[in-house]
Design a protein around this ligand. Structure first.
Ligand code: SAH
Length: 379
């Protein structure tokens, strides 16, 4: 069937819109920006078709397994001032904490005992030598306590090549650093315009991480003020070009003590942001079938079963929160962040997930590395 692109009627924009039939787009294995916009805007039967195509592709390429990564948010100290983030440096309402090594290690032991396979250590962004040494020590201790069995993902922001290398040698093998938005203008709208929040530096860090040998993870926020569907389609193409192994992306959720809160009237409703995030996950699964896609915690902040819904249509990673409960309320990146009053030991959050994940299998005790990474190594 013939297909053609037409210009959208949007005021002053010259973006191309695909009017190809949905079933034709869904049979492709390459997608143009216009195709992706079409997927992201799909509704009704088209959206149902997108979701079933993505679910089928996932099962065919990465299988039915879902892997758990125990998330330990070990410190909210942060030197950055990202305009959307609740723990930004200038938010003086935040009570700053650094969890004690023994509590972090206890959370990791819980993950290991419960056969999670992997943990994620996440924090604000610091570059002091005490911070770098501490992360290094924790990585070694986590390896030691689990006979080298627990996989370790780090999510500790922008660092130098030496630091990334050092942490890699000590045993971390995956790194998550979200680009937040791959559009430089939008990036500058959601970050202060200074050297400490440089788009180029963030990109350079992503390249360094890959060069060091990490499985590379990045992602974006969905439904930001000023963000267009074309921006999101380009974000997906950016992930493809960067050839990432893992993606974590979720809805942007406003936080009242941040500068971006001022623009909340520009936002889509939370429900719409949630739906859009699901379409992003499904479109990404079609675009990059062999990567690991995390069901973001922010999905769960909008819909209690949000992560499980994402798993049904393309995601294959869940990150139950194992942050020591005393600190959870102080790691509020956005409003309504879930699981604030739970104990890691109860971990009701992941027990529920197990029940809700009917139709999936849980990859207990397996690292669940990105198939894309293996394919990339072999190539
Ligand atoms: N300091 C680390 C980890 C940051 S927190 C780093 O820079 O990589 C992890 C992620 O939370 C961020 O990358 C961002 O995408 C997300 N986040 C922060 N504020 C948010 C908000 N208001 N809504 C949704 N997600 C948010």
């Amino acid at each position: 069937m013939d297909s053609f692109d037409v210009k959208s009627k949007g005021a002053g924009n010259d973006y191309l819109r695909s009017v190809k039939p949905m079933d034709e787009i869904l049979r492709q294995d390459q997608f143009s920006r216009a195709d992706l916009v079409r997927l992201l805007e799909s509704a009704g039967a088209d959206r149902t078709a997108l979701f079933s195509a993505a679910a089928a592709r996932k099962e065919e390429v990465v299988g039915k397994k879902v892997y758990f990564r125990g998330l330990v948010e070990f410190s909210n100290e942060c030197s950055k001032d990202c305009l959307y983030c609740g723990i930004r440096h200038s938010n003086s309402k935040v009570v700053r904490y650094e969890a004690a090594d023994k509590d972090i290690l206890a959370a990791c032991r819980f993950a290991w005992d419960n056969k999670f396979g992997s943990v994620v250590l996440q924090s604000g962004e610091l570059s002091s030598s005490s911070f770098i040494n501490r992360v290094d020590r924790l990585v070694k201790q986590i390896k030691a306590l689990s006979n080298g069995e627990l996989g370790i993902t780090l999510s500790c922001g922008e660092q130098t090549r030496e630091t990334y290398q050092r942490w890699f040698r000590s045993g971390a093998h995956r790194y998550l650093l979200r680009i937040e938005s791959s559009n430089i203008e939008l990036y500058h709208k959601i970050h202060p315009n200074n050297e400490h929040h440089s788009f180029e530096k963030r990109l350079e860090c992503l390249r360094l991480l890959k060069a060091c040998g990490y499985q590379l993870g990045t992602g974006v926020m969905i439904g930001l003020p000023f963000q267009t569907m074309e921006n999101l389609a380009e974000d997906l193409l950016f992930l493809k070009r960067l050839d990432v192994d893992m993606v974590g992306m979720g809805p942007y959720i406003e936080h009242e003590d941040t500068p971006l809160y001022e623009y909340r009237t520009l936002l889509k409703s939370k429900k719409e942001r949630f739906d859009l995030a699901l379409r992003m996950v499904a479109a990404l699964r079609l675009l990059m079938p062999d990567i690991n896609i995390a069901a973001a915690t922010a999905l769960q902040a909008i819909d209690p079963a949000g992560r499980e819904k994402a798993v049904k249509i393309g995601a294959n990673i869940i990150m139950p929160n194992l942050t020591p409960s005393a600190f959870r309320k102080d790691y509020q990146l956005y409003e309504d962040k879930p699981c604030l009053d739970e104990d890691a030991d109860q971990c009701r959050n992941c027990l529920e997930a197990r029940i809700e994940l009917a139709g999936s299998e849980i990859g207990y005790g397996e690292w669940g590395d990105s198939r894309h990474f293996k394919n990339r190594q072999e190539a």
